[in-house]
Write a protein that binds this ligand. Structure first.
Ligand SMILES: NC(=O)c1ccc[n+]([C@@H]2O[C@H](COP(=O)([O-])OP(=O)(O)OC[C@H]3O[C@@H](n4cnc5c(N)ncnc54)[C@H](O)[C@@H]3O)[C@@H](O)[C@H]2O)c1
Length: 272
């Protein structure tokens, strides 16, 4: 299994690896023999995840950083390469939405969502790619976008626009870097159960009933998609965004009940 992924012995930095999708990604990479640098705003979270990763007999080093601080982010990536080792790839997980109708949205809110979803990714990808290009080394980068960057994002427009920017930036980075052996892709989650947005019981079951798969996904669903892009399972794939969303974007159907298909395929019409 490990040789199928080709991740054994690789070094990957997971930004926002302290819980949820980031933790699941770091743990999955470690289980595939990959060493991980776990970056998070909350150093204790990064320390806990790094310790769990080391149980797989790989190197795992925690780093504390606030990705919305440009200088700190750039300096931390330099530290990661110095203290952890030359990177083969990166996964960026950090992202969050502010909720407000557009007519009430302030420029501060707009800028905050762009900083914590789009701007930091531009900086981190630039810093990692610069080093890979200087070493003439191949690499793979993956970011977490959102289905809200593919469809509309009512009442969280600043987030949707930032995630759409991420999806476009991935395409441009793929164009500029793929000739030099660097692949870059995005995972776009739909509704996912996370420590920040836990399962909502019966109310959630009801609201998810119109989704083709009828439920929210798990953090492991996102980790598996990220590992696919980082691994040798996707050697000819770059510039893509994969929606991991229970069928939401692919079918374009939400809140519509499936047709009532009667035996014999009459779609609910009376047989007379
Ligand atoms: N949960 C969903 O349903 C859903 C849907 C679509 C997209 N997403 C995207 O998935 C990603 C993860 O979302 P989540 O809610 O699971 O994440 P989360 O809020 O649990 O955060 C993940 C980690 O990032 C760290 N972090 C937060 N701000 C940081 C900062 N400024 N600097 C460094 N680290 C920071 C947190 O401490 C945490 O450990 C985001 O990009 C989000 O936009 C989530």
């Amino acid at each position: 299994m490990k040789s199928l992924f080709g991740l054994a012995g690789k070094r990957i930095m997971v930004i926002g690896g302290g819980q949820g999708m980031g933790e699941a990604t770091a743990r999955l990479l470690a289980s595939l023999g990959c060493s991980v640098a776990v970056l998070d705003l909350e150093l204790e979270r990064a320390q806990r995840v790094a310790a769990a990763c080391r149980a797989h007999d790989v190197s795992a080093v925690p780093f504390g950083v606030d990705v919305t601080d440009d200088d700190a982010l750039v300096a931390t990536i330099a530290r990661v390469e110095h203290e952890f080792g030359a990177l083969d790839g990166m996964a960026t997980i950090v992202g969050m939405a502010a909720w407000s109708p557009i007519v009430e949205m302030t420029t501060e809110t707009w800028d905050l969502d762009h900083k914590r979803n789009l701007r930091y990714f531009f900086l981190a990808a630039r810093e990692v790619a610069k080093r890979l290009l200087a070493r003439q080394a191949p690499g793979s980068l993956v970011c977490v976008a959102s289905v809200d960057g593919i469809v509309s994002a009512p009442y969280h427009a600043s987030y949707g626009a930032a995630k759409a920017g991420l999806i476009n930036l991935v395409k441009t980075m793929a164009f500029e870097w793929s000739g030099r052996g660097i692949r870059i892709n995005a995972v776009a989650p739909g509704g996912i159960v996370t420590p920040r947005i836990p399962f909502g019981g019966d109310k959630e079951r009801e609201s998810m009933a119109g989704l083709p798969m009828g439920r929210r996904g798990t953090v492991d669903d996102i980790a598996k998609a990220a590992a696919f892009f980082l691994s040798d399972l996707s050697p000819y794939v770059t510039g893509q965004t994969l929606a991991v969303d229970g069928g939401y974007v692919g079918t374009g159907i939400f809140s519509r009940k499936p047709p009532d298909v009667a035996p014999g395929g009459t779609m609910g019409m009376d047989k007379r």
